[in-house]
Write a protein that binds this ligand. Structure first.
Ligand code: SAH
Length: 510
């Protein structure tokens, strides 16, 4: 026990899109000793927590609480009394139907100090992402946020149906999906026009957002047809009709497409963020992981003898990373490399090298023989000593071509790619449930490791209905050799090329 009592931060985690977290909330998560979160908060936000923070899930799915509210309260008090700062994350805003008020009162009664960090509430954000402004001068002058959870048939209700029905307010119901029929019936019975527009927005602001619109008369049927379930925001009023004109989030080119990313997790972020920005729902199923070589000796030795080399040729960002990691581990830095010339295969590798302060002298765009020959023909490589740090089992074309040009090539293993099958179960069940639209392959090993995880012929057959996107001809050949004909292939063999190919494929499907 310490003398100091910790503080509890009641934090709005926003409605789901991780980008809608406030800067203050992020800072609180980063510094907290304990992070307590429940069902609605986006799990991505937990990545901001300190490595040694205690991260505690207290659940909250419908009525199925993993911890009761009392137990959550006790937990918060207990942790604060141990002198720990607690980030209590709540979906949306903590004071909008979030029980934040009750938690603050309880903390106060136990003498625990707290702060409130408001969040972006789903009541505003979900309609906004559906293209529905909850106020608009031409349509409405006020908004009501109403619980849809209360049973509208109960006698001592606090619901003021006549007021809701007669006002021209935009009505926003939270927790109302199960009660939709009652909500609609009560409004119409109390005089609201049956043709009043209404929308339900499920999982608003996330890549799985689903919007169903209609009128008070038609909506129940439409929601049933769409099989829309909780959590959703219900918006009622003339502003809903603006969606026809203002929808934007679900108009993005890859919206709703469920795309599997098979790259190693450490490398997936640029592909994931580009596809997500275009509206896709990315599912990360890394099939490879990148690891240092089992025997680090050869790379160390070549760095030890770096003065004997004239050129270093780097073929991937991993090559760059592991080369410099080893250099630094050996207590050296870029000053040891001043005499060298560098070549990088591909623009991304070149950029990564520049991060370390070195500008590549030449840049073959691809591994293809013509490309390598063309680039190296501009420099004098004959009799030069070339260090080639790269993956174990890398392709032989590059050293072969350089040797033909008279260079002395020293190939050393800088890293290894290993099979990652930790997500195998997830992959199989997603395939079984038809929850995948496309799979991206960014190298031969992603293809072969992906396919090796599909045990039965059945899953392989299922893959035939899924868009398979290959980054280039070599990856495509590997896929073909394993019985999968890629649906599309990137024209430029880069991540952006792959994204462009997916975009034009889906464009052509429309
Ligand atoms: N404090 C939260 C609301 C908690 S009540 C906030 O400010 O957003 C839980 C209800 O919030 C759900 O039943 C649903 O109506 C709504 N909700 C939360 N997140 C949502 C989302 N991403 N999309 C649609 N509705 C959401």
């Amino acid at each position: 026990m310490t003398d100091k009592t910790g503080k509890v931060y009641l934090i709005g985690a926003g409605p789901g899109d991780p980008g809608l977290l406030t800067l203050k909330a992020k800072e609180c998560i980063e510094t907290a000793d304990v992070v307590v979160y429940d069902y609605l908060a986006s799990p991505f936000l937990l990545d901001y927590a300190k490595n040694d923070a205690q991260v505690i899930y207290v659940g909250k799915k419908g009525g199925d609480h993993t911890l009761t509210q009392d137990k959550i309260n006790l937990l918060l008090v207990d942790k604060a009394r141990q002198g720990l700062d607690v980030a209590r994350l709540k979906g949306g805003d903590p004071f909008v139907f979030g029980r934040g008020g009750e938690e603050a009162q309880m903390l106060l009664s136990h003498g625990v100090s707290y702060e409130v960090v408001p969040g972006v509430t789903s009541a505003i954000a979900a309609p906004a992402y559906a293209g529905i402004p909850i106020t608009h001068r031409d349509h409405t002058s006020f908004v009501s946020f109403i619980t849809g959870h209360e049973d509208p048939t109960k006698k001592d209700t606090s619901m003021q149906w006549d007021i809701y029905a007669k006002s021209n307010a935009t009505l926003v119901f939270l927790m109302g999906v199960k009660n939709l029929e009652n909500i609609v019936k009560n409004l119409v019975t109390h005089g609201k026009a049956p043709d009043t527009p209404i929308a339900l927005v499920r999982w608003g602001t996330t890549t799985q957002q689903l919007t169903v619109t209609g009128t008070l008369e038609t909506i129940v049927e439409r929601v049933k047809e769409a099989k829309l379930t909780s959590p959703a925001i219900i918006v009622i009023g003339h502003v809903v009709s603006l969606r026809d004109e203002l929808a934007w989030f679900d108009k993005r080119p890859l919206f709703g497409k469920k795309i599997v990313i098979t790259r190693a997790r450490a490398q997936a972020s640029s592909l994931v963020s580009t596809l997500t920005r275009l509206g896709a729902h990315c599912i990360e199923i890394p099939t490879i992981q990148i690891a240092p070589p089992k025997d680090k000796g050869p790379l160390k030795k070549s760095i030890e003898n770096i003065n004997d080399y004239d050129w270093v040729v780097l073929t991937s960002v991993n090559g760059v990373k592991f080369f410099f990691d080893t250099l630094f581990d050996m207590g050296k830095d870029v000053r040891a490399l001043g005499h060298l010339k560098f070549a990088c295969i591909g623009p991304v590798t070149k950029e990564r090298l520049k991060d370390f302060g070195i500008i590549s002298d030449i840049l073959p765009k691809t591994y293809r023989a013509e490309s390598v020959i063309e680039s190296f023909s501009t420099v004098d490589i004959k009799d030069k000593n070339v260090l080639l740090p790269r993956a174990k089992k890398a392709r032989t074309i590059l050293p072969e071509e350089l040797r033909k040009m008279g260079a002395h090539i020293d190939e050393v293993v800088a890293y290894e790619t290993q099979l990652d099958d930790t997500k195998k179960e997830t992959l199989i069940s997603l395939l079984d449930e038809n929850e995948i639209d496309a799979v991206t392959f960014t190298s031969s090993s992603t293809v072969s490791n992906f396919i090796s995880q599909l045990e039965s012929e059945n899953t392989k057959t299922r893959l035939k209905n899924i868009v398979t996107a290959s980054i280039g001809p070599i990856t495509s050949d590997t896929a073909r050799s394993l019985g999968i004909e890629p649906t599309l292939e990137a024209r430029e063999y880069t991540i952006q090329g792959l994204v462009d190919a997916l975009l034009s494929y889906y464009e052509s499907c429309e």
